[in-house]
Structure formats: structure tokens, C-alpha cells
Design a protein around this ligand. Structure first.
Ligand code: SF4
Length: 240
């Protein structure tokens, strides 16, 4: 198995800028503005290209620099809704955006399954189950807009996560996936795994990592915010 193919890599030239229109943004460290779902980002050009592509991070759009649709954009534009365009064909817009909301996590799962197939030994039960999941996911990705809208993503994920838990370890199945603008690395490129774990466990960031030694000190901010969010969620339990 050769890994994720071109159909699972973003091809903006064959997309209608769906990731810049369909999702809602909340002003934060990753996005400079609030934007409602279905509203085009003011930086999206008439040609569906980003006007600030070469300066996303300094413009406050680091979230766009790290976002990956895993090829969902071109799949929705070219396969699910061929010949339709939300801008010139507003009636098609809600259905296109709804398809994109399903296709993106579906393509992300396809990407991971294809990647896993390159890592697990061939002809093992896990390899066979992943290959079967890959076939099923490809069929789902080719479904009609109505079929996609009715797709139960949790049910689609279940066989993959069950196989990974059973054949490998529950450690390989994340409880939660969080998008961040960058992975904290030292100036020499080493990932800051242990300090990030300690920050997520609630230790003060300045005590476990020196920002001066990081290639991108701002990359730590998302983990500090996540630790604060986890701490706030756990606080009532501690008080009780
Ligand atoms: S800043 Fe650029 S990449 Fe980000 S949503 Fe707007 S147009 Fe798209």
C-alpha cells in the first residue's frame, strides 16, 4: 500500500475555496476575525485564492496556515457537486457546505487509514481490516449529497478505532483531536513532548519550557490555553 494518494491532498486549484467559506471562525490566536459559517472570508479572492496566502501568520490567520482539508475541498467541488459553485449558484451553497462538513473528517480518516496501511505489517488481521476500511471510506466519499448528509461519522470511525484498540493499544486512539497552529520545537528542531505533557498536566509553562529556546515561541500558546481549558473543566470536580 503506497500511502495517502493525491486525492487525499488539498488541491486548491480544483476547489471553490470551501474552507474559506463553509466553517465559522471565532477571533482567537488562530483567526484574526469572527466569521459566520457560510460567509466568505474577506481575504478570499474572486479566483478562490487567498489574497494573503504569503503572510497568513503575520496577518493573524495562523489557523489557515496549518489547516488541511485532506482533499475534501476538491472532492466536494468536483465529485459530490460537479459543476456547481456556491458563489454563482447560491442555491447550491447550503448543500455544498453541508457536504464539506462531512467530507473533511471523512477524508482525514481516509488519510490516517492509508498512512496506517504503510506502517502495519502486510497480511496481518489489522492490515486486512484497515484495507477493508479504506475501501468502505472511499465508497462513502463518492456518495451523493443526500447520502453524505445522512452519514453517521461515529459509526464509520468505529471499526477503525476498534481494530486499532484490539490489535495495537488504546493509546493509539486519541480521546480528542485539537488543531494547533504549530508543534513547539526547539531551535534545533526537536519536538517539545515532555514539557508539553507537563503543561497539559497543569504545571506553569515558564517552569517547564524556556520560550527563548523555541523556534516559534507562540506555538506553545495553544497548549497553555488547552491546559487552562482543561483545568477550568476540572475545577468544579476538585471543589466538590
Ligand atoms: S485568510 Fe485566506 S486561507 Fe484563511 S480563510 Fe481567509 S481566504 Fe481562506
Amino acid at each position: 500500500m503506497s500511502g495517502p494518494g493525491p486525492e487525499l491532498r488539498a488541491d486548491c486549484a480544483r476547489c471553490a475555496g470551501l474552507c474559506c467559506v463553509a466553517p465559522a471562525f471565532t477571533a482567537s490566536a488562530d483567526f484574526a476575525i469572527d466569521k459566520k459559517g457560510g460567509e466568505a472570508c474577506p481575504h478570499l479572492g474572486r479566483d478562490f485564492r487567498c489574497d494573503i496566502h504569503d503572510r497568513l501568520r503575520p496577518s493573524g490567520f495562523g489557523g489557515c496556515a496549518t489547516f488541511d482539508c485532506f482533499g475534501a475541498g476538491q472532492q466536494v467541488t468536483q465529485v459530490t457537486h460537479p459543476g456547481r459553485n456556491w458563489r454563482t449558484d447560491p442555491e447550491a451553497a447550503p448543500a455544498m457546505f453541508a457536504s464539506f462538513a462531512v467530507m473533511r473528517p471523512l477524508h482525514e480518516l481516509r488519510w490516517h487509514v492509508r498512512e496506517a496501511l504503510t506502517l502495519v505489517p502486510q497480511k496481518t488481521p489489522l492490515a486486512r481490516e484497515l484495507a477493508e476500511a479504506d475501501r468502505a471510506l472511499r465508497q462513502h466519499a463518492s456518495a451523493s449529497p443526500g447520502e453524505l448528509a445522512a452519514l453517521d461519522l461515529d459509526a464509520v470511525r468505529r471499526p477503525v478505532t476498534a481494530a486499532l484498540r484490539r490489535e495495537l493499544s488504546p493509546r493509539h486512539v486519541p480521546d480528542r483531536v485539537v488543531a494547533v497552529s504549530g508543534i513547539p520545537r526547539t531551535l534545533t528542531g526537536k519536538k517539545l513532548e515532555a514539557p508539553v505533557k507537563r503543561i497539559l498536566r497543569g504545571e506553569p509553562p515558564d517552569k517547564v519550557a524556556s520560550r527563548d529556546s523555541l523556534a516559534d515561541p507562540a506555538a506553545l500558546d495553544a497548549f497553555v490555553a488547552l491546559a487552562a481549558e482543561r483545568s477550568a473543566q476540572e475545577a468544579p470536580l476538585r471543589l466538590g
